[in-house]
Design a protein around this ligand. Structure first.
Ligand code: GLY
Ligand code: MN
Ligand code: MN
Length: 409
């Protein structure tokens, strides 16, 4: 932080459905990362240069009462909040404005939180962080303003060993779920029945939730990249694409596998699957310290392009004279193949910054051919180390024979 500034990081809102029910709460991950507090109406205030030491770290939590206790159960006490966060001074959220006012004019500026993801929903959706920015700028118009997300996006990509343990645990639950799917798949089963096998594993193993609504896409549904209605019938002869993840202790896994409904890949499915698996194996070797993610994406695109030519989907002569701004491979492979993974499934971290040990990224090449009713993507999670990477999802079956054997046991 710049000298003599105050950072204010607020929690996410609880969003309501139509009536009095609520959507599941997901904490603002910058706040969780900095405090470990997973409760709504929490605000973290950091002022490292404050004159009085008691003003350097203050964590505000919601004051509970008998009514809340009867309806929602226990909320965090001040003592418990302090124990989780390691922050000594805990105050009630209702006193935030009053306490901030006492220190605001001692400081020169504020760092405020904001969702800076490039794909952040642009439609009208005002978050508590947005409201805090608006409120603070109105109340303190002559302070300088800075982006807290610029700092957290430098910190969060490099995972501590405890964070890696949680991602590994999430991956392990995913692996168990995938084994359940392999046992359950059969001709005419429903996509949602396979989703239920994954859900069972998460709940049974103490996972928090799916990392995202899983994609269980049979046949041509796999060509819709974000298909997740999961309400079709899995037909013999089709392949099913499962892109799923587990959230455990707020850390996520993110994996994709493609499996044949009747336990045997067709020759064409094998060709496409092998091409994607080759790209995954070769491409993931590029995930190592010093590599710029944007350059890695280019290398992966070359790998997929080469495979598309081998599969007869592109002609080398046309590729040679293609417009580099509109490469032909995009017809069959239209998404990125690596993202940081952690508290968010698409975790913070810049595509322009070199990989470093401790980062965790996915690798997820795919080939989608709607005219053949085949979509194939394979996705693993990799921890970057000093000498390369470790596949955290190594134990999730991926070889063709292994998958066929497991379905047919
Ligand atoms: N399921 C989202 C992704 O693979 O990035
Ligand atoms: Mn995925
Ligand atoms: Mn992914």
């Amino acid at each position: 932080m710049e000298k003599n500034t105050i950072a204010i990081i607020s929690s996410n809102d609880i969003k309501h459905t139509n009536a009095d029910d609520v959507m599941g709460f997901a904490q603002n991950n910058d706040l969780f990362y900095l405090s470990g507090i997973d409760q709504e109406e929490t605000i973290l205030v950091l002022y490292p240069n404050a004159y009085k030491s008691e003003n350097r770290e203050i964590l505000f939590v919601k004051e509970t009462n008998e009514h809340i206790k009867i309806w929602d159960g226990e909320k965090l006490s001040k003592e418990h909040t302090s124990k989780i966060s390691g922050i000594k001074r805990i105050e009630w959220t209702n006193d935030f404005e009053k306490i901030l006012q006492l220190i605001a004019f001692e400081a020169d500026g504020f760092y405020l939180g904001h969702n800076e993801h490039v794909k952040r929903a642009t439609y009208n959706q005002q978050t508590l962080q947005d409201k805090t920015i608006q409120w603070c700028k109105e109340k303190y118009p002559l302070h300088q303003y800075h982006r807290a997300a610029k700092i957290t996006r430098a910190l969060r990509p490099i995972k501590a060993s405890q964070e890696i343990t949680l991602i590994q645990k999430a991956a392990n639950i995913s692996i168990e779920g995938f084994h359940r799917v392999l046992k359950a798949i059969k001709p005419n089963c429903k996509e949602y029945e396979l989703e239920a096998e994954l859900t069972f594993s998460i709940i049974k193993n103490g996972g928090t939730r799916h990392a995202f609504k899983p994609i269980v896409a049979s046949g041509k549904n796999a060509c819709a990249l974000h298909y997740n209605t999961n309400d079709n019938i899995c037909k013999a002869g089709d392949m099913v694409l499962l892109d799923f993840g587990v959230c455990y202790g707020n850390y996520n896994s993110d994996t994709t596998r493609c499996i044949p409904v009747n336990g045997k890949f067709s020759e064409r499915q094998k060709e496409i699957y092998s091409a994607v698996l080759y790209c995954l194996k070769e491409g993931s070797k590029l995930l190592k310290p010093g590599v710029i993610p944007a350059d890695y994406e280019k290398q992966m695109a070359y790998l997929v392009e080469e495979q598309l030519i081998k599969l007869g989907l592109l002609h080398a002569s046309e590729v040679a004279k293609q417009d580099p701004e509109k490469p032909l491979y995009k017809k069959y492979f239209m998404h990125g193949t690596a993202h940081h993974l952690g508290l968010d499934v698409h975790d913070v971290g810049l595509y322009s910054e070199a990989l470093q040990p401790g980062m965790v990224l996915t690798c997820e090449p795919g080939i989608y051919i709607p005219e053949e009713g085949i979509g194939c993507r394979l996705e693993n999670d990799y921890l970057i180390t000093d000498i390369g990477n470790i596949n955290l999802t190594q134990e999730m079956p991926i070889e063709i024979e292994e998958i066929e054997d497991l379905i047919n046991i």
